[in-house]
Design a protein around this ligand. Structure first.
Ligand SMILES: *[C@@H]1O[C@H](CO)[C@@H](O)[C@H](O)[C@H]1NC(C)=O
Ligand SMILES: *[C@@H]1O[C@H](CO)[C@@H](O)[C@H](O)[C@H]1NC(C)=O
Ligand SMILES: *[C@@H]1O[C@H](CO)[C@@H](O)[C@H](O)[C@H]1NC(C)=O
Length: 444
């Protein structure tokens, strides 16, 4: 029994050891597992360290791109002007509305230097002269502030780059959003409609409301020097509103100048003998009830024939009524005028001689007009032979191809000396030669 017990114990032990043997690799491998375990702990530490480093690198990288974006954003927003829409209640209380009934708006880039210097710019965009035409326009940013761009780049005379725009780079810039289709001159108190959509013809009311709002909500109330500039349809607006703007501005304002760009629209016959501009201005004048616009009344009241009052929209008629010094900038071969008013679609040597005669006749009329303008010693004119349309709001503002001096230089000397002058008034290049010389300015 004892033996048996011993045996069984032995067996048990053997069995145990056999069992143990069976588990040996397992049991004895465990300690062997330890070093790799420690290793993997180290590995974890290393991995975590590596992750921390990678994480830090990513953070640093992110921060630098954030910084780059930040700097980039600021550079961009410094040169752009940002949209400000008038409060709807203010617009409605004044009856100042874009074609579609949206409130008027403006773009603003404040000066970092001073509240004394202000340039108010009126952009171009032609006109609308019928319900259908104005309704189509009301769906675009030329007729609605709802679809206006949030910010727009400031180029040429609006640029804040003092190398290319030394006179105005540090000025406060206001660009009034053009959304009325009447050169800011309409004043029809009724509401028109097209296919049950309301249409508002209130350009003059929009201009007045914008200036009043700006006096309250910006430092315009502290202005000392103001320049009212405009291109194309905006040039007509600048010419006609200049004197009235002066009366609306605060007493702190010492000087007002008007800059009229690409708006020497002359009442000339087109290639077929039709007076396109006359027809256009007649219809714009009556459709938008421009006779009710206060700014134009000094001129219209003197017109002996009521049916001819629309002629006050013509710069060749209106300039005589302007007290403010005006600087005209124009191409003698203005491309918009050639295409839409003279109705010439060919170019230079490709044109039949009849067409070329019309082009050169327009050039000579612009030259005569320039001489007429500068009979008033307060006025200046810059004419270029480069066939372009609008200059002040373009890179070509400081391009040397445009003439003996750049527009920027000529305008600068006119502003400083207040001398009447015509720049580039002699020996205009032929259209062919101008095309050759002005290649890059045309593209600018
Ligand atoms: C618009 O016309 C009305 C009525 O004729 C006039 O009282 C108002 O002053 C005019 N507004 C502008 C900005 O010309
Ligand atoms: C007014 O001008 C129109 C043409 O625009 C002409 O038919 C009319 O005779 C003129 N009236 C007067 C009184 O001169
Ligand atoms: C220039 O003035 C002359 C004389 O006053 C006038 O006959 C002519 O029509 C004017 N031309 C232009 C384009 O203004």
């Amino acid at each position: 029994m004892l033996e048996q017990n011993e045996k069984s114990l032995k067996d048990q032990a053997q069995g145990e050891s056999q069992k143990a043997m069976l588990f040996v690799p397992y049991r004895y491998n465990r300690p062997q597992m330890l070093p790799p375990l420690i290793c993997s702990r180290r590995l974890y530490v290393h991995l975590i360290l590596l992750l921390v480093i990678v994480f830090m690198l990513v953070i640093i990288r992110l921060m630098s791109t954030v910084k780059v974006n930040f700097v980039h954003f600021h550079l961009e927003s410094d040169s752009d002007a940002e949209l400000v829409t008038l409060p709807s209640q203010f617009a409605h209380s004044r009856g100042a509305l874009c074609l579609d009934g949206s409130p008027p708006a403006y773009y603003f880039r404040p000066s970092l230097l001073s509240v004394k210097f202000w340039i108010i710019y009126l952009p171009g965009g032609a006109w609308c002269n019928s319900e259908y035409d104005c309704f189509q326009r009301s769906l675009t940013e030329l007729g609605s502030s709802h679809v206006a761009k949030i910010s727009i780049p400031m180029v040429g005379i609006l640029s804040n780059d003092c190398e290319i725009n030394p006179d105005f780079c540090l000025w406060n810039v206001l660009v009034l959003h053009y959304c009325d289709g009447s050169s800011f001159l309409g004043n029809d108190s009724t509401v028109r409609s097209y296919e049950s959509q309301s249409l508002y013809l209130r350009g003059a009311v929009v201009f007045e409301a914008l200036i009043d709002y700006l006096k309250e909500s910006t430092d315009l109330a502290e202005a000392e020097q103001v320049v009212l500039a405009g291109s194309s349809a905006g040039g007509i607006a600048a010419l006609i509103h200049a004197d009235r703007l002066r009366t609306m501005l605060p007493h702190s304002v010492k000087t007002v100048h008007a800059l009229v760009d690409a708006a020497m629209f002359l009442d000339l016959p087109d290639v077929r003998g039709n007076f396109e501009l006359a027809n256009l201005f007649k219809s714009v004048y009556s459709f938008h009830s421009i006779e009710n616009s206060k700014s134009i009344q000094e001129c219209t009241e003197t017109q002996p024939n009521i049916t001819e009052r629309w002629r006050c929209l013509l710069p060749e008629v209106y300039y005589k009524f302007v007290f403010t010094p005006i600087y005209f900038v124009n191409s003698v071969y203005d491309t918009w005028q050639r295409t839409y008013l003279l109705k010439i679609s060919c170019f230079a040597s490709a044109c039949p001689s009849v067409h070329r005669d019309v082009v050169y006749n327009a050039r000579d009329s612009i030259l005569t007009f320039a001489h007429n303008i500068t009979r008033y010693k307060k006025n200046g004119v810059y004419l270029t032979w480069c066939p372009v349309h609008t200059i002040l709001n373009q890179l070509r503002f400081s391009s040397a191809e445009l003439g003996d001096s750049t527009v920027q230089q000529s305008l600068s000397s006119w502003l400083q000396h207040d001398l009447s002058q015509i720049t580039g008034d002699k020996n205009f290049l032929s259209l062919e030669a101008a095309l050759e010389v002005c290649k890059s300015s045309i593209k600018l």
